[in-house]
Design a protein around this ligand. Sequence first.
Ligand SMILES: C[S@@+](CC[C@H](N)C(=O)[O-])C[C@H]1O[C@@H](n2cnc3c(N)ncnc32)[C@H](O)[C@@H]1O
Length: 264
Amino acid sequence: MTNFNSPEAIYEAVQDRYGRIATDFTPQTAASCCDESTVCCDETAVTFGAGLYEVDLDNLPVDVTGLSLGCGDPIALANLMPGQTVLDLGSGGGIDCFLAAQRVGPSGHVIGVDMTPAMIDKANRNKAKVAADTVEFRLGHIEDLPVADDSVDVVVSNCVINLSPDKTAVFREAYRVLKPGGLLAVSDMVTQGQFSPEARADLAAWSGCITGAEDVAVYVAAMRQAGFSQISLRDKAAPHVELAGTISLAVAPRLFSARITAVK
Ligand SMILES: C[S@@+](CC[C@H](N)C(=O)[O-])C[C@H]1O[C@@H](n2cnc3c(N)ncnc32)[C@H](O)[C@@H]1O
């Protein structure tokens, strides 16, 4: 991927955006992945947030649901079982961690990793509100996970990998921490076709979950390179069509929310 910005500049822009969202959040000003400063939701057909979940969220407080910044429902893909250990990449305010905790039960364990200190603070305050004793939040980068090898049954992630300047490292790390046979279940923004280097240089659009999105063929190749098998990538809006083996012919990128699964 040609990219005008250094990884450090991308991390700074992403931490700045999500740090502000976490700090400024009140239940009255429910957040969005997008804010006033970017091309983003208004110019794409993509929606973000708690309305995307297939389950009832009534048992979670608005401090959790209002801070939902995802582009899908990775928990619906994860087929979680009691007793499992789950890792959420880019856990934000914690919504997917709390939903996972309900499914893995008291004998399970859920770890959320996020690089934005204000998000980790907010997630820990949410954890106290929902009394989710089996959930733990760790400050760290998803490209260098603070998680042991072969220790996780299921890795989930919701609208985060697109934000990473090094998606190869993200998949390598997810593979490292999964137990053999473990599942990767991801909602993420993906494209058919590539954004131009100029579009990628717009840090507001990148941090708004738009121009960091990678072409489906490149994305799937990075998963394969990490070692994943049984890779599936489908458009959330057309889930009957498998896209994992396809190459993109689009000249202008088509951005969509994808449901992605793979096995270690
Ligand atoms: C769009 S929000 C999604 C949050 C959450 N998954 C949800 O669905 O509400 C992106 C989150 O990922 C975190 N993040 C982005 N890039 C990251 C990286 N490279 N390492 C760790 N966290 C990252 C941000 O700090 C932010 O909290």
